[in-house]
Design a protein around this ligand. Sequence first.
Ligand SMILES: Cc1cc2nc3c(=O)[nH]c(=O)nc-3n(C[C@H](O)[C@H](O)[C@H](O)COP(=O)(O)OP(=O)(O)OC[C@H]3O[C@@H](n4cnc5c(N)ncnc54)[C@H](O)[C@@H]3O)c2cc1C
Length: 465
Amino acid sequence: MARRSLTTDYLVVGAGAMGMAFTDALIDHADVHVTLVDRRHVAGGHWQDAYPFVQLHQASVFYGVASTVLGHGAVQDRGPEAGLHERARQSEIRAYYDDVLHRRLLTSGRVTFLAGSEHRRDGDSHVVTSLVSGEATQVDVRRRVVDATYLSPTIPATTPPPFAVADDARVVPVNDLARLMSTPTTYVIVGSGKTATDGIVWLLANGVASDRIVWVRPRDPWMLNRAVVQPDPVVAIELAADTMAAAADAESLDDLFLRLEDAGVMLRIDQDVTPTMAKTPTLGTWELELLRTIERVVRLGHIERVTSTEIALERGSIALDPGSLVVHCAASGLQYPPVVPVWGPDLIRLQTVRVGFPCFNAALAGYVEATRDDDRERNRLCPPNHLPNDPADWARMQVRGTVAARRFGAEPDIDAWANACALNPARVEPAQRDDPGVQAVAARLSAHAEAGLARLAELGNEPLE
Ligand SMILES: Cc1cc2nc3c(=O)[nH]c(=O)nc-3n(C[C@H](O)[C@H](O)[C@H](O)COP(=O)(O)OP(=O)(O)OC[C@H]3O[C@@H](n4cnc5c(N)ncnc54)[C@H](O)[C@@H]3O)c2cc1C
């Protein structure tokens, strides 16, 4: 088949949250053409295959692209989260990305979207092949190729369970909870992370009694209290101050997290167990109360095999009630590829820079790509970070993120851009700087920042540059 060709300034592989945020910020600050490619037929990445009851775990305004706020910036006025900012549901997230792609990026005339297409490298060339027609397009790239798949999460809908499943066993991905054809006697939720907690909260909200839920939880997780992750500068600076104050006095990593729990920052499900997992998804205290009603918790390590009658785990086995449904919530979610410079000789590999918040970080990379000429300087301003898995990773992430935020924040234009960007969880608008509440928490942060950072560096074994 003859190969088409097209020429573009940037080839961005992946139209998920990171590729979209990068492209949006880039075209806002540079007169360039971007070709965006995704094997999915729509923008939005993993949200397209997520379970239907998923919601952002943080405020909507922290998610999406810099030019277009997701949601209405509203505060919830009823329900268990009254007083906290709204969080978009899956349908809203999908519609948002569709809107941003079609009404903003494509109508700009500076973005081409190659949907349902697979990118591959062929020597020095880049080939994008339509999964529908099979037609291959050679993409000649004038400036850069951007890998916006480097942190792409794995999810249960597209990743098989990480254990053997006998032919007669009933094991389904979490998505299938919302399309049951018969009612199981018992739900066995497998996983320790955000997806498992969402599944349990959803089952309880749908009237399933807590004693019909078994929770296979290989590790106990630390989770962030949603009330301290809000688009409000007082809350944001207070979180940083609490973190540094706890770190400054912490005798160990466990002690750090226990101090953060005392400060209302971290949550754990079982007060008798010290968690070893620290991916730190965000949880509401009302969800925590529901999760604590589950008494049938299995802590026998990871599952090795599921049959119709039992589950074999690393440290023992449990019998399955007849009619049980095993629910796979055990995809790893966050990814931990090697931390490499964002601007490499061959590719821009989008990673986090400040702590967490992939959308802000990708938008920051787009802004820095557009406004700086030299890769060494870009990499100095945006050193790569990682997402956390355990408490030591979490401490390292805080150190790297703080150092990075000081570097890019010292550049007046980046500082101004970041403080106008709703995706930025540490945003302080100029008019808010003199607010007495902001000044009080900022003073508390400065009082603890240096000692806290030094101790986090020790605890995380991360050199402070
Ligand atoms: C259930 C869940 C809830 C989350 N909630 C939040 C939250 O509330 N707040 C928050 O900040 N973060 C949240 N995250 C994390 C965050 O959403 C992700 O880190 C982020 O969305 C990842 O986006 P991405 O663009 O890196 O990856 P993806 O969404 O996976 O996008 C990558 C895209 O690349 C495409 N692709 C890959 N390889 C190729 C190829 N060779 N050719 C063509 N296309 C390719 C894929 O089809 C995919 O669409 C959540 C994650 C999960 C799993």
